[in-house]
Design a protein around this ligand. Structure first.
Ligand code: G6P
Length: 485
């Protein structure tokens, strides 16, 4: 289950709607399992105010959940993306708290839970994804205590001092604790969650295990899994909450990077940019969490101070459109485009652009060509659950060249230690790292890239989903989840 289905609707010239797999890695990782297990994907079809009938896509049954235009505004744009998103990303932007948005979030989560409850076989495994659906685990457990329920949070889980702002902080914790296994990107996120559970619910935690007291008057209490007696003699259900860092289909990126046509396209991109000595690249959804403004500021100052020469260095910034009806995103777009315009106005020449700014999404093939063309990849997120762009760049570099500049505030920095790690708030430090990346001798680039590639190629998305599902199935068999720690 995920808010968005893994397929996008495309309408052809004849007005016929068809479904095309969306580019995300999640579906690639889960497709084999879903096919083998006769799985159903429950999600929103991406259009409001329309009922879409269940259908099949690439061997997976798709069960669409409908959202009205008002629910789109209140549940999706409102509570998910203007309350939870900024709150969970350390309040980089101010979250809005509206009771009607919360009511809508509850209603839509219930609709998702009901859809899954109707579709799941007895004892089935249900895997719920991301912050839009945090109430689903408990709602589902209530009506279907036979199910094995997993939840994975793709974005950060904030420290308690921030999380506690949320007026519905207890309800969300209760919602999540309906799962048998709760996965987070980083060890720190899992720790933040456990602390919130202790502070708000007073439940005990032992390492990654959370003890949820069972209401013994509840006739269903005996059907819970992992029921044990805790050290105070109370009956508890155990829930496992730990880190499972997500990854990408690394092999697919490598395969594309080895195609002669894509390598040719990478050369063509360099040529189209006037063959600069260095191409720096940023690839992000146009989101305020990504630190695009900080990156531009650093680059602009380097040009201003003559530490970089516009004839020699170009910054390519791909900013794919996102959540365009949410006000904070509109403001961000204006700010970024103003800054790009200023930098180009001040420093570009007729023959050399300073910032090549592209407000589009591109197919994977074109992204791989861009990664191959880029000498330096800039990932300067202010806060990011994982940041898969960093991993895509590394997987693409089959030539073992290229330098990754990576924010320590992105989950990927826990694993990708051989990147040039930066604090994006420290503009001087960021500028120095950019210059260090540009000047890095080939020997050092290769040494770092080799180590990074080893990490990404070993820990790919198939391994991620397998390890999460293994923890879940063990939980189904009643194995004590401590073994997973
Ligand atoms: C992040 C979230 C996803 C979300 C995606 C795109 O990666 O973790 O849950 O689907 O952004 O955002 P959108 O609002 O367009 O689905």
């Amino acid at each position: 289950m995920s808010n968005r289905l893994p397929v996008d609707r495309v309408v052809d010239e004849a007005g016929q709607a068809t479904w095309r797999p969306s580019p995300g890695g999640l579906v690639t990782a889960l497709q084999p399992v879903m096919r083998a297990e006769d799985g159903v994907w429950v999600g929103w079809a991406g259009v409001a105010g329309e009922e879409v009938e269940p259908f099949e896509a690439d061997g997976i049954s798709i069960l669409p959940v409908a959202l009205s235009e008002q629910e789109l505004q209140e549940y999706y744009e409102g509570f998910s993306n203007d309350t939870l998103w900024p709150l969970y990303h350390d309040v980089i932007a101010q979250p809005s708290y509206h009771r009607e948005w919360w009511d809508s979030y509850v209603r839509v989560n219930r609709r998702f839970a009901d859809a899954a409850a109707g579709a799941a076989a007895p004892g089935a495994v249900v895997w719920v994804h991301d912050y839009q659906l945090q109430l689903v685990p408990a709602m589902l457990r209530e009506v279907r205590p036979d199910l094995v329920i997993g939840f994975f949070n793709h974005i950060p889980f904030p420290p308690y001092g921030i999380y506690s702002q949320l007026p519905w902080r207890r309800q969300i914790i209760d919602g999540l604790l309906g799962a048998d296994v709760i996965g987070f990107q980083r060890v720190a996120d899992a720790g933040n969650f456990s602390r919130a559970v202790r502070r708000l619910k007073g439940y005990e935690t032992r390492g990654p295990i959370i003890e949820v007291p069972i209401d013994t008057d509840d006739p269903e209490s005996g059907s819970h899994r992992h029921v044990t007696t805790n050290r105070h003699g109370g009956l508890v259900r155990t829930v496992l909450a730990r880190a499972f860092p997500i990854s990408i289909d690394a092999e697919a990126y490598q395969e594309l990077a080895r195609r002669p046509a894509i390598q040719e396209r990478a050369r063509e991109i360099r040529e189209e940019l006037g063959n600069p000595e260095t191409i720096m690249l940023g690839v992000d959804r146009l989101d305020y969490t990504k630190g695009i403004g900080h990156r531009l500021k650093a680059f602009g100052e380097l040009l201003r101070d003559g530490r970089l020469d516009v004839e020699k260095v170009t910054l390519v910034q791909v900013a794919s459109p996102s959540r365009e009806r949410v006000e904070t995103y509109r403001q961000l777009r204006d700010e970024i485009e103003l800054t790009v315009g200023r930098i180009n106005g001040d420093y570009a020449t007729l023959g050399h652009t300073a910032v090549a700014y592209l407000h589009h999404g591109y197919p994977k093939e074109e992204m791989v060509a861009l990664y191959l063309a880029a000498d330096v990849m800039l990932v300067t997120a202010l806060r990011d659950g994982m940041n898969l762009v960093a991993k895509e760049y590394v997987a693409t570099r089959v030539d073992e060249d290229g330098v990754l500049v990576l924010s320590e505030f992105a989950g990927a920095s826990d694993e990708l230690r051989q990147a040039l790690l930066i604090n994006p708030h420290d503009i001087e430090g960021l500028k120095d790292a950019m210059l260090q990346a540009i000047a890095m001798p080939k020997r050092d680039r290769v040494r770092r890239m080799r180590a990074l590639r080893k990490k990404v190629l070993t820990n790919d998305v198939a391994r991620w989903s397998a390890s999460f599902l293994e923890a879940l199935t063990r939980s189904a068999h009643g194995d004590h989840p401590l073994q997973d720690a």
